[in-house]
Design a protein around this ligand. Structure first.
Ligand code: GDP
Length: 191
């Protein structure tokens, strides 16, 4: 039996299922270099290792998250969808996705523009109920910030997205990204 006593912040690896348990396909989108792999690695392994690449071809990683109400969410995380060489396949990735995490780098206005491109793509081709999170990563590099939190927040609100600034390097707000998604996943209706 999974240990559910430790609250919402613990990632556990456990394959037990329960009627309350949820499964969600999640896609990461964003410019190359914004930190998508590092975010996944931080969430899945609790590490920051810029030399290690999580992305393996067109595969995905899975990670479970225990919520405070003892629901277990099993995420299937795809982080290859935004790669240029897979651009033509992108609609296949976000088909069936319950959530999309669109990442930019707070030091790069270009990456914020690219994030907006991905949001439009999702609005055109994604599931209409998709949960979208706008993530401004590399928040530890605030001295070099070129995208204001306010601009990003306003953009997110207009597009019905959750907005979070993170640092995969320091772990700031990484779990929160996945928790915000988990909270918004449709719960099965009790029978
Ligand atoms: P991806 O192409 O979007 O998957 O980006 P990566 O995860 O490979 O990261 C690109 C580079 O950004 C690497 O050199 C990471 O070390 C660096 N990086 C990723 N996240 C952060 C962060 O939160 N802070 C800082 N300072 N560097 C980061």
């Amino acid at each position: 039996k999974p240990d559910r006593s430790t609250g919402g912040l613990n990632n556990i690896n456990n394959d037990t299922t329960d009627s309350k348990d949820l499964r969600a396909k999640l896609v990461l989108l964003g410019d190359s270099g914004v930190g998508k792999s590092c975010i996944v690695l931080r969430f899945v392994r609790g590490q920051f290792d810029p030399t290690s690449k999580v992305t393996v071809g067109a595969s995905f990683l899975s990670q479970t998250l225990a919520l405070e109400d003892s629901t277990i969410v099993k995420f299937e995380i795809w982080d290859t969808a935004g790669q240029e060489r897979y651009a033509a396949l992108a609609p296949l990735y976000y088909r069936g996705a319950a959530a999309a995490v669109v990442v930019y780098d707070i030091t790069s206005p270009e990456s914020f523009k690219k994030a907006q491109y991905w949001v439009k793509e999702l609005q055109k081709h994604g599931n209409p109920d998709i949960i979208m999170v706008l993530v401004g990563n590399k928040a530890d590099l605030h001295e070099n910030r070129h995208v204001s939190s306010q601009d990003a927040q306003e953009y997110a609100e207009k597009n019905n997205m959750v907005f979070i600034e993170t640092s995969a390097k320091t772990a700031d707000n990484i779990n929160q990204v996945f928790e915000e998604i988990a909270k918004r996943l449709p719960r099965p209706t009790p029978s």
